[in-house]
Design a binder for this molecule. Structure first.
Ligand code: MF3
Ligand code: CO
Length: 252
């Protein structure tokens, strides 16, 4: 069942989303060569707590940190580490969640560290473009898989591949609610979207093949072929008109 949120519930998610958005924005100036993935995780966690919110990921199924920080061929769920120092040329995806009065916002960006290759830049921008292509179908009356299909077409037309082992999802009181939202598939399938649904749309796009492996830490998902991967995610409300992005803008 897809839970429809009331205006009051959406307001709490909006408040949470503004902090999430602002943290992701501030990371644009913080992510630099020499910083460790732990520094990033700690900054995210501290800033969420400073706003009276809870880092949603910490303790979720035993996850040990307040953010996922995934470098280069790491797709998602990278665990922040003191010894993992970013270098110029890396790309790093940061995924964060904040819980405010029981309601979750969930979003991710991929950042360039120093100077990156044209191919890496194209992947980061292409992944963001996949999200916005999917967003065009985040409208009452569309079918769920219209979003999936749009993302897949955009990714593949740029020569990239879509990760299939992880999906977007409904979000609200729980970080992961129904429905699951794959980033691939045929259009015109699944439930019709309705006002008050809230989704985390999150394309995970690889420069090479779509195959995934999970490292021995049982969290970090990497590309099987070692190719670069990017991630871009926002929490999106379905309305009667334009979708509302809860995690795009905010100030700390
Ligand atoms: N944005 C991710 C998701 O939607 C983050 C979950 S990480 C976890 O699944 F550690 F909390 F599981
Ligand atoms: Co998510």
């Amino acid at each position: 069942m897809i839970i429809i949120k009331s205006p009051d519930e959406i307001q709490l998610m909006r408040e949470s989303g503004r902090v999430t958005a602002a943290i992701l924005r501030s990371l644009e100036d913080i992510v630099k060569p020499g910083i460790s993935t732990k520094d990033i995780g700690d900054y995210v966690e501290k800033t969420i707590l400073a706003h009276g919110m809870t880092p949603t990921f910490k303790g979720y199924n035993g996850y040990p940190a307040g953010a996922c920080v995934s470098v280069n061929d790491e797709i998602i769920h990278g665990i922040p580490q003191k010894s993992r120092l970013l270098r110029s040329g890396d790309i790093v995806s940061v995924d964060i969640g904040a819980t405010w009065k029981g309601y979750v916002s969930d979003a991710a960006r991929t950042y360039a560290v120093g100077e990156i290759s044209d191919e890496a830049r194209r992947l980061i921008e292409g992944t963001e473009a996949c999200f916005f292509e999917g967003l065009r179908y985040c409208r009452a009356g569309c079918r769920l898989s219209d979003i999936s299909h749009a993302i897949q077409c955009k990714a593949e037309s740029a020569g990239f591949s879509v990760v299939r082992d992880f999906v977007g999802h409904g979000v609200g009181r729980d970080m992961h609610e129904e429905p699951q939202i794959p980033n691939y598939g045929k259009p015109g399938r699944g439930p019709r979207l309705a006002k008050g649904m809230v989704f985390a749309i999150e394309p995970m796009i690889n420069a090479g093949g779509c195959e995934v492996e999970v490292l021995s830490d049982n969290w970090t998902a990497v590309t099987a072929d070692g190719s670069l991967s990017a991630h871009y995610e926002n929490t999106v409300v379905i309305t009667e008109g334009e979708p509302e992005l809860l995690t795009l803008e905010g100030v700390l």
